[in-house]
Design a protein around this ligand. Structure first.
Ligand code: TYD
Length: 385
C-alpha cells in the first residue's frame, strides 16, 4: 500500500520550457510523493503520461556536460572490459547517442521514444527504435536482432510508469547468461542530501537499492553487484543477472542501517524538505544584489515552484542548451539565456540550478567574483573557491 509522506505543491512539467504565448495554457499537477510498504519503492502519487513528457522536441541532451560525456565513455569502457569488445548491447533511453557512440554500429541497438534523438542516432548508423519500452517492443527487437549480452539503461527506468514491467521486458531480450546494467539517481543520496529536487514528473519513481532488489527478484532477476556513482548528485549502477542466486550487496546493508525500508525515515525527510524551503527563501531574500541561476534544470523547476522563487529573486537562468534559450522556465517563468548573452559583472550570487556539476561550473566560471548559492545538502552560500 502506498503511503503519502511529502507534498511539493502545484508543479508544471519540468522540462517544458515556454514562450510567453504558452503561459496561458500551461499544465500543472500536484506533486505528492508516497512510499510503498511492500516493495519499499518511492513514487509520485499523480503520474503524468509518458507521451506528455517525452515529446518529439524533448530538450534534455545527455551530452550537455563534459562530466556526463566522460561518464558514458567510462561506462562503455567498463562494459567492454568485463564482457569483451564483441559484446552485443541494447541501450534503453539512448538520448543523443552519448553512450552508443562508443560501440561498433553493428554491435549496439537502441530504444529512444523521443523522435528527435532517435533520428539523430539512426543517422549516426545505430539501429534505434523510436518507441516506448514495452514487452511487445522487446519481442519485436529480439525477433529482428536476436538477444543481447547486455542491456544498459541510464537514468531511464525511473522514468517509466512501471519499473517492474520494464524489468520483465528486459528479461525477454537478454540471453540466458546476460546482464542488465541500470543506473538511476539513488534514493539514499536524495535522503542524505535532502535533494528533493530529484522529484519531478519525469521521475515517477526514485529507486533505492532496496526497492530495486525487491522489484528485480519479482521479475526473475538477481542483483549481482552495485556501485555508487557521483553523477546526478548520487546515483547507483546495478548489475543484475537472470535467475535466482545469492550475492552479497553491501549497499543493501547500508540502506537497511539508514532505514530506507521504513516509512518514518521518509516522514523525517519531508520535515527536512520544509526546513530547506524556509532557509533557501531566507537566503535569496536576504542577499541583496543580483542573483541568477546556472542551468535550466528539471531539478530547479521543482525547487523554484515549491519555494515560490520567481524572477523577483532570480533575474535569469543561463543554460547552454539551444532549445531552452530565449524561453521561460516552467511555472515561475524565469527567462533563460545563453552564457554568452549574460554579463556576470553585476551578478553578486549564482544559484546552482545544476548543483550536481559544481566542479565543472566553478572551473568554467573562474573569473566570477561573487558567491554560489546551493540548497544541497542544505541551503548555503558557498565560500569562494
Ligand atoms: P542536469 O543536472 O543534468 O539537469 P536535470 O535536472 O534536468 O536532469 O543539468 C543539465 C542542464 O544544465 C542542461 O540544461 C545544461 C545545463 N548546464 C549548463 O548550462 N552549463 C553547464 O556548465 C552545465 C554543467 C550544465
Amino acid at each position: 500500500m502506498m503511503k503519502k509522506f511529502l507534498d511539493l505543491g502545484r508543479q508544471p512539467i519540468a522540462n517544458a520550457y515556454l514562450t510567453k504565448e504558452d503561459f496561458a495554457n500551461e499544465f500543472f499537477y500536484n506533486l505528492e510523493v508516497g512510499f510503498d510498504e511492500e516493495t519499499k519503492l518511492v513514487s509520485l502519487i499523480n503520474q503524468i503520461k509518458p507521451e506528455k513528457m517525452f515529446v518529439d522536441d524533448y530538450p534534455y541532451h545527455s551530452s550537455s556536460s563534459s562530466t556526463m560525456k566522460n561518464h558514458f565513455k567510462e561506462a562503455a569502457q567498463t562494459i567492454k572490459t568485463i564482457f569483451g569488445n564483441d559484446v552485443r548491447v541494447l541501450e534503453i533511453g539512448s538520448n543523443d547517442g552519448v553512450f552508443l557512440k562508443n560501440f561498433d554500429k553493428n554491435k549496439a541497438v537502441a530504444v529512444e521514444p523521443c523522435k528527435n534523438f532517435a533520428q539523430m542516432t539512426n543517422e549516426m548508423g545505430y539501429r534505434t527504435y523510436d518507441e516506448f519500452w514495452t514487452e511487445s517492443l522487446a519481442e519485436k527487437i529480439c525477433g529482428e536482432n536476436g538477444s543481447f549480452d547486455v542491456v544498459y539503461s541510464a537514468n531511464c527506468l525511473c522514468h517509466m510508469p512501471s519499473v517492474f514491467d520494464a524489468y520483465k521486458a528486459i528479461f525477454k531480450v537478454l540471453k540466458s547468461g546476460g546482464t542488465l546494467i541500470s543506473e538511476c539517481p539513488s534514493m539514499f543520496s536524495v535522503l542524505k542530501n535532502t535533494a528533493y529536487d530529484q522529484l519531478y514528473n519525469e521521475h515517477p519513481h526514485l529507486l533505492s537499492l532496496t526497492s530495486t532488489n525487491n522489484l528485480l527478484k519479482e521479475a526473475g532477476f538477481s542483483m549481482i553487484n552495485s556501485t555508487d556513482l557521483e553523477c546526478h548528485g548520487g546515483s547507483y549502477r546495478v548489475f543484475a543477472g537472470k535467475g535466482n542466486y545469492f550475492a552479497q550487496i553491501d549497499g543493501l546493508d547500508k540502506e537497511k542501517l539508514a532505514g530506507l525500508h521504513e516509512f518514518s525515515t521518509y516522514e523525517r525527510f519531508a520535515q527536512k524538505v520544509e526546513k530547506s524551503k524556509t532557509l533557501l527563501r531566507g537566503i535569496l531574500e536576504g542577499v541583496g544584489g543580483k542573483t541568477i541561476s546556472y542551468g535550466a534544470t528539471a531539478k530547479s523547476s521543482t525547487v523554484f515552484n515549491y519555494c515560490g522563487i520567481d524572477s523577483s529573486l532570480i533575474s535569469y537562468i543561463v543554460d547552454t542548451t539551444k532549445e531552452k534559450q530565449g524561453k521561460f522556465s516552467p511555472g515561475v517563468h524565469i527567462p533563460i539565456i545563453s552564457r554568452e548573452e549574460a554579463n556576470f559583472d553585476d551578478v553578486s550570487h549564482i544559484f546552482l540550478g545544476a548543483w550536481n556539476y559544481l566542479k565543472e561550473i566553478r572551473e568554467k566560471e573562474k573569473t566570477f567574483n561573487g558567491n554560489f548559492i546551493t540548497h544541497v545538502p542544505f541551503p548555503n552560500i558557498l565560500p569562494s573557491a
